[in-house]
Design a protein around this ligand. Structure first.
Ligand SMILES: C[S@@+](CC[C@H](N)C(=O)[O-])C[C@H]1O[C@@H](n2cnc3c(N)ncnc32)[C@H](O)[C@@H]1O
Length: 319
């Protein structure tokens, strides 16, 4: 499996062998990456499982597809068909795209080698910190760039978007997908008028916001992605969609019910996954314990119908 860094710049290649322990460190009981020590979500089996739930949930939202927007058009252009998945996590999106577009070359980049090794021949994973260095590919190399649920690892999102623009060929497509970090209560929730209480849940997310800001990560990026794309001056046909994702088993309609259950399973894994983050940024152990326990209580015994918002933006690089 080809790894770090990548060929077009002429830099030396490294392969991740059977012993990949140098890419992982143990922090507060979880395994985290070593490439970017300020990214404090785990890189381990539970986190891969969580990104799998997230992936499957979004496929239901997208009507069984892996994408929204003019992806087929972007990949029918000329001879080159290159797809880049930034912050690929467990790599499921990249693998499924490689299967769906066998003539495309699909590359997934992440901070840690947590992807499977048995992958389609047109799919490769590489290691690179997208926050600290330019992405080692030439200008205009890619037709499609996808970045999903990874803004928490990027301190300067406008700079990141300029880099995305550099890597795209003119007319190439970018797809950005980020869930809001502000939870909501579904307006149809029967309990809203009587007792709108999910205080443990809301406190958890407010604390996450505060700690991200302390780490110089802007928690409002998900809602501002379209504006940030406009600000680069490099994109056109910018389409923004947002939607409500139910959390839990309260929806009646079957697809919404499945989406809600998958999102619930994602959050069940996310709550403990944020322990290393909260502890490392300086919250006391006792605070973190009750923060997680109170949020878990509201997730397991909801007094209201929890939901969250997802932000989806796609745009073409100007010709
Ligand atoms: C929450 S997971 C999402 C995975 C996948 N995109 C998905 O939607 O299922 C975020 C991933 O982004 C990666 N990531 C975060 N910051 C990164 C950075 N600065 N450079 C490279 N990868 C990064 C993390 O290692 C993690 O695997």
């Amino acid at each position: 499996m080809l790894r770090q860094p990548v060929p077009p710049t002429g830099e030396e290649l490294t392969y991740v062998g059977d012993d990949d322990s140098e890419f992982f460190r143990h922090v507060h009981g979880r395994s985290l990456n070593t490439l970017n020590t300020s990214y404090l979500l785990p890189s381990d089996r539970d986190e891969v499982k969580r990104s799998e739930y997230h992936h499957r949930m979004l496929k239901f939202v997208f009507g069984g597809q892996n994408y929204v927007g003019p992806v087929r058009e972007a990949l029918q252009f000329g001879q080159q068909r290159r797809v880049l998945d930034l912050g690929t996590g467990g790599g499921l999106w990249a693998i499924e795209m490689a299967d769906e577009f066998p003539r495309a070359e699909v590359i997934g980049i992440d901070l840690a080698p947590i992807q499977p090794r048995d992958v389609p021949p047109n799919c490769t994973f590489e290691l690179c910190d997208l926050d600290q260095r330019s992405i080692p590919y030439p200008d205009g190399y890619f037709d499609l760039i996808h970045a999903r649920s990874m803004f928490m690892g990027i301190h300067n999102y406008p700079r990141f978007l300029r880099e995305v623009s550099r890597l795209l060929r003119p007319g190439g497509l970018v797809i950005l997908i980020e869930p809001d970090l502000t939870p909501t209560i579904d307006p149809s929730s029967p309990a809203v008028s009587s007792q709108p209480d999910a205080s443990g849940w809301f406190t958890f997310w407010e604390t996450y916001h505060t700690c991200l800001r302390r780490q110089r990560i802007d928690p409002t990026v998900p809602q501002r992605m379209a504006d940030l794309l406009v600000s680069t001056g490099m994109f056109e046909n910018i389409v923004r969609r947002e939607g409500n994702i139910p959390v839990g088993s309260w929806p009646r309609e079957p697809v919404a019910l499945t989406v809600g259950q998958l999102q619930w399973m994602d959050y069940e894994l996310l709550l403990p996954a944020l322990r290393p983050f909260f502890l490392t940024v300086g919250l006391p152990e006792t605070t973190v314990r009750s923060l997680v326990a109170d949020a878990q209580h509201d997730l397991y015994h909801p007094s209201v119908n929890l939901s969250c918002r997802i932000n989806i933006v796609h745009a073409s690089k100007r010709l």
